[in-house]
Write a protein that binds this ligand. Structure first.
Ligand code: HEC
Length: 200
C-alpha cells in the first residue's frame, strides 16, 4: 500500500512537471520575436550543383550545410555556385572565332560542368598563368575526365574569353601585377588571341 501511494505521488509530480513544461512551451510559442525569421531560414533550400538534390540549407542544429546530404559533394563552391549565369550569352559567343565556339560547345561546356556548374569558371576572372594553374588543378582531380590536350584547348578558350568578355576585370587584375608579370601575361594574351583569330 505504501509502495502504491509512493508510486502515485511520484506519478503526480511527474504530471505536474510535464504540465508546467507544456504551459511554458505554449506561452513561449506565439511571441512575435525572431521566431518567424528562424522558421523562414529553416525552410531555405539549396540545390547540389553535382547531383541536383534539393535539401535544407541548414542542418537540424541550425548550422549551415557545407555539403550535399545525398552525394557527399562538399566544398565552398557548393554554396557560392550558381551566382552568375551558367552559360555565355549566345550573342557574345557568336562574335568569337569558329574554333573558340567549338571549344566552348564541345569541350569547355562539357568538361567543366561535371563537378560544379559552368557558372564557376564563367564568372571568375583570372590572368592566363592563373588560369593555367586552375585548369591543371581541375584536370588532376580524380575522375575529371579531362585529357591534357583538351585542357590546353580549354585554357586557350578561357584566356581568349577573359580578354574579350571580361576585359574590364582583367585590366584591373593586370594593373595589380608587378611589371614583369604583367608583361608576361600580356604576351600570352596577345599570342592566344592572335592564334584564335587566325592571325599568328
Ligand atoms: C572532377 C571534378 C571537377 C571538374 C571536372 C572541374 N572542376 Fe573546377 N572545381 C572542382 C572543385 C572540387 C573545386 C573547389 C575546390 C578547388 O578549388 O580545388 C573547383 C573549383 C573551381 C573554380 C573556383 C575557383 C575559386 O576559388 O573561385 C574554378 C574557376 C573552376 N573550378 C574551374 C574549372 C574549369 C575551367 C574546369 C574545366 C577545365 C573545371 N573546373 C572542371 C572540381 C572540378
Amino acid at each position: 500500500m505504501r509502495l502504491f501511494r509512493l508510486t502515485v505521488s511520484v506519478t503526480g509530480l511527474v504530471m505536474v512537471g510535464l504540465c508546467a513544461l507544456l504551459v511554458v512551451a505554449l506561452s513561449d510559442h506565439p511571441s512575435a520575436g525572431p521566431a518567424p525569421q528562424k522558421q523562414a531560414a529553416a525552410k531555405e533550400t539549396v540545390k547540389c550543383p553535382k547531383c541536383g538534390h534539393v535539401q535544407p540549407k541548414f542542418r537540424p542544429d541550425g548550422t549551415e550545410r557545407a555539403g550535399c546530404e545525398k552525394c557527399g559533394y562538399t566544398l565552398k563552391a557548393f554554396i557560392a555556385a550558381d551566382k552568375g549565369p551558367a552559360k555565355i550569352d549566345g550573342k557574345v559567343l557568336a562574335t568569337y572565332p569558329k574554333e573558340m565556339q567549338r571549344v566552348y560547345n564541345e569541350l569547355f561546356s562539357k568538361r567543366c560542368s561535371r563537378c560544379h556548374t559552368l557558372a564557376r569558371p564563367i564568372n571568375v576572372t583570372m590572368a592566363p598563368t592563373e588560369w593555367e594553374r586552375y585548369v591543371k588543378r581541375m584536370m588532376r582531380k580524380p575522375g575529371s575526365g579531362i585529357k591534357p590536350q583538351e585542357a590546353k584547348q580549354i585554357w586557350e578558350f578561357l584566356v581568349y574569353d577573359t580578354a574579350k568578355r571580361r576585359k574590364a576585370v582583367l585590366d584591373k587584375i593586370m594593373a595589380s601585377l608587378s611589371p614583369p608579370q604583367r608583361e608576361k601575361e600580356q604576351q600570352i594574351i596577345e599570342r592566344v588571341v592572335k592564334k584564335a583569330e587566325g592571325r599568328s
